[in-house]
Design a protein around this ligand. Sequence first.
Ligand code: SF4
Length: 732
Amino acid sequence: MSLKHLSLKQWIGLDNRSEEYAYSRSDSTGYTSARKIPDRWVRTTCGYCSVGCGIEIGVKEGRAVASRADALHPVNRGKLCPKGLSEHYTIDAENRARYPLLRKNGKLARAGWDEAIETMVERFRAVQTRYGHDALGVLSTGQLVTEEFYALGKLVQVGFGTNNYDGNTTLCMASAVSGYKASFGSDGPPGAYEDIEKADVILLIGANIADNHPILCQYLDSNPRRTLIVADPRVSKTAMMADLHLPLKPRSDLALLNGIAHILIRHGLIDREYIRDHTSGFDELEKFLDGYPPERVSAITGLSEELLYKTALLYGRAKAAFIGWTMGVNHSTLGTQTVNAICNLALLTGQIGRAGASPFSITGQCNAMGTREAGCTSSLPGYRRFDDPCDRAELAALWNIDEARLPNARGLAYPDIVEGAVGGKIRALWIIATNPLVSFPNQDVLRQALSNLDFLVVQDGYHPTPTTELADLVLPAAIWGEKEGTYTNSERRVSKVNRAVAPPGEARPDFDIFLAVAEKLGCREELYPGWQTPEDAFNEWRRVSRGRLCDYSGISYGLLESEGAVQWPFPEGSSAQATSRLYEDGQFRTADGRARLICADWQPFPEQPDRAYPFVLNTGRTVEHWHTRTKTREVPILERLSPNAWLEMNPRDAKGLKLRSHDRVDVVSRRGKVRGVELRLTEIVAPGQVFMPFHYVEANANEVTQSAFDPVSREPNYKQCAVRIERSGETP
Ligand code: SF4
């Protein structure tokens, strides 16, 4: 605490705050600060990452004062990572949004909820009347509960009648979605965390789970028989755990995968029976892979042919092989194709639908899966396709609406909504629980887009954030710990989320805000018949998902509370204990039931280094922080551990530039500059590459990243752009 916060009594020593520093005994933690011993514990699910750990919030006199692991939760088995252990601090943060704020005379001023919702609906309707329904764009998140995603999808697509709706999930795992759809006919990670314990070979590609999904490491630890292969250009903490690290050149993973498939086919290490019975496209793929002999793949990846053979033989001879990936794969213009190449490997070897065998996308946010399944962004709810007449008719009947009110194609994806605003096609925008003024690539384009809008609504649990500061209307939302619903994690496990404390000021759960907007629009009863609580939405979602791959029909709030988290598909009558895998019967969600083997050709990444910009910048995360740091900068222990951004550079490159460790440097690309970043010299990054975390608005890596996107998923190519490094203050 700074001196300016001390009262007069504290200054002169009459108040030594003894009650604040008193200690006592807690049943669960032993001798501890009396302030942190709760009156009660509330079971819920962690609100950060998609691992989906069970957590308990300690509540004392109406405030969240502690967090601890839920010892009975099947995912984390009594453990939490640093973010989970300190998560209660996010609730009491100073920068919580407490009241609706409406811009009047250029300034945000407090408004009542009625005025806020009325203004929002009037302004959105005015824009739609003048420019057409699709002039309204909506950008949501992976942070809401499933019930909110389901309600929001109906509100946007049917209530407002705009199809230009997407989430920040497109910035992290859209390529996994589009890759799964192309290979298997549907989204949905096929495996389970348990597979990490049951596999004898685990290949992690672009997945630094030690920093980003730490609790998954305990599944590695409990599998002493496994061989861990990590493909990553950087010697990440996860690479340090590997039996075999593949330090491949940036964005050469697709060539590596094709090279492994080439060797497997040439050496007869494929499952011809599985290929014959369950796939299509083998002949074309075999011919295509002739173009990926080890000598070419070695030249592309920088890995020796010996290392390629070693990797291929380990994978090909495994009884059960698991491939996990995250943003290293997805954050690319080749993301969808790289996912297809991962699925190819699993299909060629029959490494899918069995214990330990899965091509497994490790998702990002706590409920990215919920929006994929129940939302209305890249699919209709229940993984229904926009362009499938049967899917549309079925959903229209379930919603009791005319089918013509459902869009027959996907609307603009996130980057295209931003481009649409730049070009004047999108005139009003509703941003929910995301902070693009840190997270979107090439910030200059985004600033242009937002400045072009007629009306910007930002709904968030925090204010100010760089994005709420630009809003015409800020809607204060309840956050994790203050509302009820469900999250679904990366292994399709549905877990209950519970309210422990009341939201601050007049903040409301997003669910209540959606209902209030629908009321003002005059469609509440049509969209949400008889709904009062999130459970009403969940029960409708159970009916809508019945018979689909993501079948929730047998899951109820009562079951989740009594039995704990369960995996979908969970049709009525399922057993709560079963670990489920998709595609155990080899039947895929394509028209003929066969998975597709897809020819996915490698290409160099779009912006290659040159004399003016000689380094390849890689961006990523650190264990202490979460995304745009809106929450974790408010958690003292996390912020103190990692208060500033840094740039990692190989010592050989630093020598050439006459730079030393801890020098302040500027990172410069064709699009912008990040100033005054602390330099860290380390062999973790190879010469010619630099790495920077993307959490920090004060040193925002996205000032220099580029507007390059996967053509199918529209996910940004965050991972490679060309930069030069200069000592701060040296440039004109
Ligand atoms: S691993 Fe993820 S879900 Fe588990 S405690 Fe950490 S942030 Fe939360």
